[in-house]
Design a protein around this ligand. Structure first.
Ligand code: C2E
Ligand code: MG
Ligand code: MG
Length: 449
């Protein structure tokens, strides 16, 4: 297909067209894209009318390649390229910048709405079936768009904004369009600010565990505490874990942060009565990191904390990414006596198969079910089913997010053993937790422990 293009010889003997052309599809390549956008930016320097840049990525192209073979994959890419080229008018350009990634320049698209319409049109065009030998294949695509507004925008900048928008589009599933907006720019800046502050705080040891009691529902005695990370930055103020944990995961700080919080939590828990356990959350990315197990064991060894008093909480999402690696870490933990619980059960991609493949010691029913147990029949049935299943599998159960006495009573009625929630106590600092435990121990009547 590339040979159909006119090839113009230039002085040093190399073909300019070849340098700018993708050999598989005959479309322009990344060099052509940069060249075209650079020129347009220069043209619009005096009168910066907006224009649009898109990045389009085929959804699930790799499985198609695996299923039909590489040459069929190439064939599909050529058909995709043909459709996209046919969809361009005389002003716009399509180029292939990655295996299944295409970049576009639309000099006459002036607004975010017009960009989104155009991108949806491209997705539509690509959605018709493709012939692969005697078979047909279907493809969807996701698109990220960005608009040029001022001469301060470089081609790199426009492309990276479109890539950020594409990333968001991909995160929401297949066949989505996202246009990079000012709000996204602000949000991205805020994430970077948090990341930088968090790096500093993690290095300076400024993230602290707080502790929330877990109780035996029937006796109300505290059986253990869950450690929950807390961070207050000098400039940003308190940042909730729901915000900084995902950023730590995405930006590769989670392992350092987790070790810091675990070390501090274990140092505190050493001061508690022996029969109380410490429960600690692991993030999904830590379950694909082979060092996680060793890091936890090293902290236990250094602090002399009994592994039998430690529980590790993991979520279904954590198991999904790489089940084999997660299984190895779980088994390594259990071998030394650490208990493993499945956190937030019922909200992820709950798969009962996982409960068969993995042996968990405990399951935590998500707050979403507990909070509606009194009003919502389905929640009630789901909780009863989970409890029956756990009994059969020999797993302990903790109900999360109990806020009202009536919820606790209903859970006891259904046979739930343990609970956690504001009804029994909010997460408190290490000192407050120790003070509370000392008070309970010196006056056993005051509270159950
Ligand atoms: P999680 O592990 O499911 O923790 C329970 C969350 O529910 C905590 O939120 C807790 O404060 C809150 N909670 C407990 N009882 C109640 C209640 O009765 N009502 C309501 N409305 N909320 C209740 P928090 O502390 O904001 O933590 C959010 C999530 O952040 C945690 O969910 C956990 O997934 C993650 N996280 C916290 N600390 C760490 C950590 O050290 N490492 C990792 N990897 N994740 C952590
Ligand atoms: Mg948890
Ligand atoms: Mg939870």
């Amino acid at each position: 297909m590339a040979s159909a293009l006119p090839i113009r010889k230039i002085e040093n003997g190399r073909s300019e067209e070849l340098v700018l052309t993708d050999p598989l599809t005959g479309l322009g390549n990344a060099n052509r894209f940069f060249d075209k956008v650079n020129r347009l930016i220069a043209e619009r320097a005096d009168d910066p009318a907006p224009f649009a840049v898109f990045v389009l990525d085929l959804d699930g192209f790799k499985p198609i390649n695996d299923l039909f073979g590489r040459s069929a994959g190439d064939d599909i890419l050529q058909q995709v390229a043909m459709r996209l080229r046919a969809a361009m008018d005389e002003t716009s350009t399509v180029t292939r910048i990655g295996a299944d990634e295409f970049a576009f320049l639309f000099p006459m698209v002036f607004s975010e709405d017009a960009a989104a319409d155009k991108a949806r049109m491209l997705i539509e065009i690509l959605s018709a079936p493709y012939d692969v030998g005697h078979r047909t294949a279907r493809l969807s695509a996701s698109v990220g768009c960005s608009l040029f507004y001022s001469e301060g925008d470089t081609t790199d900048h426009l492309l990276s904004k479109a890539e950020t928008a594409l990333y968001q589009a991909k995160r929401s599933g297949r066949g989505h369009v996202v246009v990079y907006t000012q709000q996204m720019e602000e949000a991205a800046k805020r994430v970077t600010r948090i990341e930088q502050a968090l790096r500093r705080a993690a290095a300076a040891g400024e993230v602290e565990p707080h502790f929330q009691p877990i109780v035996d529902l029937a006796t109300r005695r505290i059986v253990g505490f869950e450690a929950l990370a807390r961070w207050t930055d000098r400039d940003l103020g308190p940042v909730p874990p729901g915000v900084f944990i995902p950023i730590a995961e995405e930006r590769g700080i989670i392992s350092q942060l987790s070790q810091l919080v675990l070390r501090k939590a274990v140092e505190t828990a050493r001061e508690w009565p022996e029969h109380l356990f410490l429960s600690f959350n692991l993030s999904p990315s830590q379950l694909v990191d082979h060092n996680t197990g060793l890091q936890i064991l090293a902290i236990l060894e250094r602090t002399g904390f009994n592994p039998r008093r430690l529980e590790i909480e993991i979520t279904e999402t954590g198991l999904m990414t790489n089940p084999a690696s997660a299984e190895k870490i779980v088994q390594d933990m259990q071998r030394v006596g650490i208990r493993v619980s499945l956190d937030d059960f019922g909200t992820g991609q709950s798969s009962l198969g996982r409960l068969r493949d993995f042996h968990f010691d405990k399951l935590k029913i998500d707050r979403a079910f507990v909070s509606s147990i009194l009003e919502d029949r389905p929640s009630e049935h789901i909780i009863r089913a989970i409890l029956a299943m756990c009994e059969g599998l020999g797993m302990d159960v903790v109900a999360e997010g109990i806020e009202h006495e009536k919820q606790a009573n209903r859970l006891i009625e259904f046979g739930c053993g343990s609970g956690q929630g504001y009804l029994f106590g909010k997460p408190k600092s290490a000192e407050e937790t120790l003070d509370y435990l000392r008070a309970v121990m010196s006056s056993p009547k005051k509270a159950a422990c």
